[in-house]
Every structure is written in structure tokens, then in C-alpha cells.
Design a binder for this molecule. Structure first.
Ligand SMILES: [Zn+2]
Ligand SMILES: [Zn+2]
Length: 209
């Protein structure tokens, strides 16, 4: 049976449904990603405004909360969302675990791992540089990049967690080999595509940020 997802703010991207919520003082983008056939879904970044994220997941079976990295603005709603969906596991890369409030995420992501929800899957790409444990989540035709890649350049690489050479390496070796039409959903702001950003790699390297 095909799930009917109500509301006009769901978009079909590749083979998954995506619903974006912009939340919190830093205009974080949180994403519900759902399997259209089963209604199983994951939430990428329980960033803020827990009530809004919980409402956006109404009618879905949330199987996991996936954290792109450990910066505070990406987990303000984590405790409340977890309490509301106790069967959903919380996942982050081990290299960022110490940045989370207690209790730390119980599922430790590894590069190449597949996150299953219904008949769909997201692949974990470890893309350090913004933070040591930054990850991206790749589905067919769409990638969720957290603060690793935005329209117009890489995320910030402020010390002590950030490193500019490392983030450029991650972008060049893990993201830019993706097909140019791949849609990029970042952790703040608007979407872009791999093909739109790839020509600027040299300019970013030259400017140094
Ligand atoms: Zn960040
Ligand atoms: Zn951020």
C-alpha cells in the first residue's frame, strides 16, 4: 500500500520523500526523510523547536534520529524528540560524541554504513573538517550535508574542531564525485546541487575559507 503523505511541503527527491523544517536562532534546517511505501522515516538533525519537528513526523514511524555533527545548534531538540519517539535510535559519529549533552547518542556511525528505513537506505559518508565527526547522508539523487557543504562553499573551519584543508579534502573526494544533478540539502539555508558547486572548488581553495 502506498503511503499518502499529506501537505504540500513534502517533496519527492530521488526515491525518498523529504520534508524540511527551518528552526532555531541560527536558521537550522532539519529534514524528515521517509520511505513512501512504508512510512518509516529518519530525522536528520534534531536541531531546535522540538514541537515543530515532532508535529512534522506525525503519522510516520520514526526509526532513527541522525546527527550530522555535534555542534550545539544541531541537537537542541534531541532530548525531547527522543522522549517522544523512544523506539528511534540516536546516531552520530564517534569523533563528535563528546560535543553532545548526556546521554550521548547510542548508535555510532561509521563511514559507508547503510541506515535502513522501510525500503530505503541512506549511506553514511564521513566528511571531517567542519568537525572531526561530521558526516553526510546519501540517498539516491540527494545528499544531506550538515555544515560540510553549503551553497557557495564549505562550512566554517574555526579551531579547535575545524580544519580547512580537511574539509576541502572531504568535499573533493567524497561529495564532488557524486553525479552533478545530486541535490544538496545543507544544515542551514537553501538547497543546491553538486554540479552547481563543483566549479568553485579552486576558488574556495585560493580564498582559504
Ligand atoms: Zn556546525
Ligand atoms: Zn550549524
Amino acid at each position: 500500500m502506498e503511503l499518502v503523505l499529506g501537505g504540500s511541503d513534502w517533496e519527492l527527491q530521488g526515491n525518498v520523500w523529504v520534508r524540511r523544517r527551518r528552526v532555531g536562532p541560527l536558521d537550522n534546517a532539519a529534514y524528515l526523510v521517509a520511505c513512501p511505501e512504508t512510512g518509516q522515516a529518519v530525522l536528520i538533525d534534531a536541531a531546535n523547536d522540538a514541537g515543530e519537528l515532532i508535529a512534522a513526523a506525525d503519522g510516520l514511524e520514526l526509526v532513527a534520529v541522525l546527527e550530522t555533527h555535534g555542534h550545539w545548534d544541531h541537537w537542541q531538540a534531541l532530548a525531547e524528540v527522543s522522549a517522544t519517539f523512544p523506539s528511534a535510535y540516536v546516531a552520530a559519529h564517534p569523533d563528535d560524541l563528546e560535543m553532545f549533552p548526556p546521554p550521548p547518542p547510542g548508535h555510532h556511525l561509521s563511514d559507508g554504513e547503510g541506515i535502513e528505513f522501510g525500503h530505503r537506505r541512506l549511506r553514511v559518508l564521513h566528511t571531517p573538517g567542519h568537525t572531526p565527526g561530521s558526516v553526510c547522508f546519501l540517498a539516491e539523487g540527494v545528499v544531506f550535508t550538515g555544515d560540510t557543504l553549503f551553497p557557495g562553499g564549505p562550512g566554517s573551519t574555526r579551531p579547535p574542531q575545524g580544519d580547512f584543508a580537511t574539509i576541502l579534502d572531504s568535499i573533493e573526494s567524497r561529495l564532488f564525485p557524486l553525479p552533478p544533478e545530486t541535490v544538496v540539502f545543507p544544515g542551514h539555508g537553501d538547497s543546491t546541487t553538486i554540479g552547481q558547486e563543483r566549479p568553485f572548488l579552486g576558488a574556495w581553495r585560493a580564498r582559504g575559507w
